[in-house]
Design a protein around this ligand. Structure first.
Ligand code: C2E
Ligand code: MG
Ligand code: MG
Length: 741
């Protein structure tokens, strides 16, 4: 306490209030007059105040100088309850006291140095007192009131608050920092749990931010983050609190939001806003963002669970091809568990010889003669059987297991290719992670030496993602590889950022047109055919050859051949086969491939096969969902439900949909939904609202985030036995019966 020496020096050093020196005698404990003067002095100097209440908590005494601070009218102030002078804490204030003053006083507790804000007529004026009080009892032990003291702590509190502001806000963007967001989320969720309110959490991760940082420099990256923060504030406004967790990670807390339709629209606006070009010191930069959304109490009750759900949703959004939002669903948790399992098992896969390379022919368009094979990795998992490289390669890339995997694949493929006739090439896929590794050209050279394969027979397939790295390093890598004499192909062209400049910048021998363009190119009013034609002529102009990937049907083959694609790869000729079968075929001299695919491409019908619950009156049936759109569904499994019947579908995870039967034919019904479904961010659909875990808790279930599956509350009357006779009959439907089309 800085003021104490002053106080004592004023009294003790022998100066009176006018400053004149007087010799002050020591004050004896029995000299009441001198002691009262001492206390008066203490009060008048505003070093502290005294207060007292009666047994009802009404003020019977308050120091004069304190009365002045409060507005000055002694008659009004004395007799009021002490609690009335302080502002009550806000329920969601993360700094609020554990037990507020009125509570302590009504419980007749002692308290000391309790910070409390004065309720003053001018609401903008902030004055804080630190209040101490002790309950008093008479000889019989009856409570007679409080005696206490208080002092002004406004200045200290401001200093503390400035310090904690620094600790709570991000210096760059002025947004809340991770620490504050955590506190805020915990406080909000705790308060909302009691009030049974919902709260959404949005996690954002910028796409391509690293690229801007690397190419334009860190100050530009900082400027970009500032502009992102401003744009976020514009979109979110007062609807929520925005924080920057670090790097290019942002978070938004959205209290009382649980409408997934509205949240999806908000996320879409955020994505659009952030994807607009930025101008940074005269440079133009374009980034994007992915958004993951989880909602309490449905997807998590406490902060930790909700954050981990939102993280999973964000991960899925990024995996779904960036620039997307995604809602959490319990499937994602299962997916994450599986991913982890795959990651662990993958580490052993090489040593335990669970990996194989299979080879798919690349066939010359006119003659159907094989020119090369693409090496595709196959993993025979001991428990789960064959796992697609589409699943495990991305996981291997995240964990850099891909470096070992890729080296193994290269060695195996070159060794196998060395056994083929010497005019056949082998194409090996190279991940961007391998490509970014300085050592990669030495690995390639070593493999060529070890296997004796001629360099020009090896073709490396890379995707556009390699251009996301530092352009100089990428250029150097291309040069070093070309020097080795190997060939280079650009894989999956058209799916990435597809910049023309990539093609002119890099020495590709071949462009592979992605399957997504071939698929459906023969359908009416598809723009794919025009795209394929454009890519082929572009490649011809640049002196590169083209491969049409994923050609499945004869009509697709005819189309891409007529456009001038050089090579064809697809099931129309063959799938990837093990080396033994490739060798057998080659030894028999069968170099030309026959068409084995269907004559026509058939449009994929978007169908879902999922067991769902159907509730009618107080009975629950099981049915199979055959197809699903925003406005309706087709279900199978209940016999002869008349047109016009109202049903409730239980799509799982608390998603209930009110529907009317519009068409009915034996065990199949066409339904129309009362409220349309909304997008889940990927290509799935979900309900806007779900039944609340609070409602389930009220019905006796433990309060928890919505688990997958059905809930007893949702008309699952099996436990108590049906209350009425079911009106309809369930029939067995096999999940796969009408899968083929
Ligand atoms: P990719 O390099 O684009 O390979 C072509 C994929 O299309 C292969 O899938 C192939 O089986 C499939 N495909 C070929 N023709 C058809 C068709 O007519 N219809 C359909 N529906 N699919 C067809 P796969 O083997 O599942 O590989 C998926 C992806 O995994 C590959 O795409 C490649 O990116 C990656 N991959 C596979 N092996 C390796 C590897 O050894 N290293 C690396 N880094 N990636 C690999
Ligand atoms: Mg490939
Ligand atoms: Mg491809």
């Amino acid at each position: 306490m800085m003021s104490k020496p002053g106080f004592f020096s004023k009294l003790g050093s022998g100066r009176n209030r006018s400053g004149a020196a007087t010799a002050l005698a020591p004050i004896s404990a029995t000299d009441i007059h001198a002691r009262v003067e001492l206390l008066n002095n203490f009060e008048d100097l505003r070093l502290g105040w005294f207060w007292a209440t009666d047994s009802k908590g009404r003020l019977v005494y308050l120091s004069n100088s304190a009365i002045e601070v409060l507005g000055g009218d002694r008659d009004v102030i004395i007799g009021k309850s002490i609690s009335d002078f302080f502002v009550p804490d806000r329920a969601d204030d993360p700094d609020k006291a554990e037990r507020p003053l009125p509570f302590l006083i009504s419980a007749r507790n002692s308290f000391s140095d309790l910070p409390a804000r004065l309720a003053l007529p001018d609401e903008n004026l902030e004055v804080w007192w630190s209040v101490t009080g002790k309950p008093q009892f008479d000889a019989e032990g009856e409570f007679v009131g409080y005696r206490g003291a208080a002092k002004d702590i406004t200045a200290t509190r401001e200093r503390e608050r400035d310090a904690s502001r620094l600790a709570q806000y991000d210096g760059l963007t002025g947004l809340a920092n991770r620490h504050r967001m955590e506190k805020r989320l915990t406080a909000t969720l705790t308060a909302y749990k009691a009030a049974k309110r919902s709260c959404a959490l949005m996690m954002l991760d910028l796409d391509r931010f690293k690229q801007v940082n690397d190419t334009l420099g860190h100050p530009a990256g900082d400027e970009l983050l500032k502009q992102v923060a401003q744009r976020l504030q514009k979109v979110i406004g007062d609807d929520g609190e925005i924080g920057r967790l670090g790097g290019d990670e942002f978070q938004v807390i959205l209290p009382d939001m649980d409408d997934r339709g509205g949240l999806g629209e908000l996320a879409q606006r955020v994505i659009q806003m952030i994807s607009q070009p930025y101008s940074i010191n005269g440079n133009r930069a374009i980034i994007g963002t992915s958004v993951g959304i989880a909602i309490a109490p449905y997807d998590g009750i406490d902060a930790e669970d909700l954050v981990s759900s939102a993280d999973l949703a964000l991960y899925a959004a990024k995996g779904g091809g960036r620039g997307q939002f995604r809602f959490y669903s319990s499937e994602l948790k299962e997916g994450a568990r599986l991913r982890k399992q795959i990651e662990e098992d993958l580490r052993d896969a090489i040593h335990q010889e669970q990996l194989e390379m299979h080879y798919q022919p690349l066939v010359e368009a006119g003659s159907h003669k094989v020119k090369a094979f693409e090496a595709l990795m196959r993993w025979n998992h001991p428990d789960n059987g064959w796992i697609s490289p589409g699943v495990f390669v991305p996981i291997a890339e995240e964990t850099s297991i891909i470096v070992d995997l890729g080296e193994w694949a290269l060695m195996r493929a070159c060794r196998d290719a060395a056994e083929w006739p010497s005019d056949l090439g082998v194409a090996v896929n190279v991940s961007a992670v391998q490509f970014a590794n300085e050592n990669f050209p030495s690995v390639v050279r070593r493999v060529l030496e070890a296997t004796g394969l001629a360099a020009e027979r090896l073709e490396l397939e890379i995707t556009e993602s390699v251009f996301m790295a530092d352009p100089h390093a990428t250029k150097r890598m291309f040069d070093r590889l070309k020097k080795l004499g190997v060939r280079l192909a650009l894989d999956d062209f058209g799916t990435g950022y597809s910049s023309m400049s990539y093609l002119s910048r890099a020495p590709f021998d071949k462009i592979k047109i992605d399957q997504s363009f071939v698929r459906g190119a023969t359908e009416d009013n598809s723009s794919n055919a025009a795209i394929i034609r454009a890519i082929v002529s572009l490649a011809q102009a640049l002196g590169m050859i083209t491969v049409a990937e994923g050609v499945e049907a004869k009509d697709e083959l005819d189309l891409v051949t007529s456009f001038g694609a050089t090579l064809i790869q697809g099931y129309v000729f063959a799938k990837a086969l093990p080396q033994a079968e490739v060798l057998e075929r080659l030894q028999e001299g069968r170099f030309a491939y026959e068409i084995v695919g269907p004559s026509k491409h058939r449009a994929e019908r978007k169908t879902v096969f999922r067991r769902i619950g159907v509730i009618h009156e107080d009975h629950r049936y099981e049915a199979v969902l055959r197809n699903l759109s925003r406005s309706g569904a087709m279900i199978e499994g209940i016999l002869n439900v008349p047109k016009g019947t109202d049903l409730v579908l239980d799509l799982g995870e608390g998603q209930l949909v009110v529907a009317k039967v519009r068409r009915s034919n034996e065990a199949t019904q066409g339904l129309e939904f009362e409220t349309p479904l909304v997008s889940d961010g990927a290509d799935g659909l979900c309900t806007r609202h779900r039944i609340s875990p609070y409602a389930l808790a009220a019905a006796g279930m433990p309060l928890q985030a919505l688990p997958p599956g059905y809930y007893p509350l949702v008309g699952n009357d099996r436990q108590d036995g049906p209350k009425s006779r079911p009106q309809f009959m369930e029939v067995q439907t096999s999940m796969g019966s009408s899968r083929s089309n």
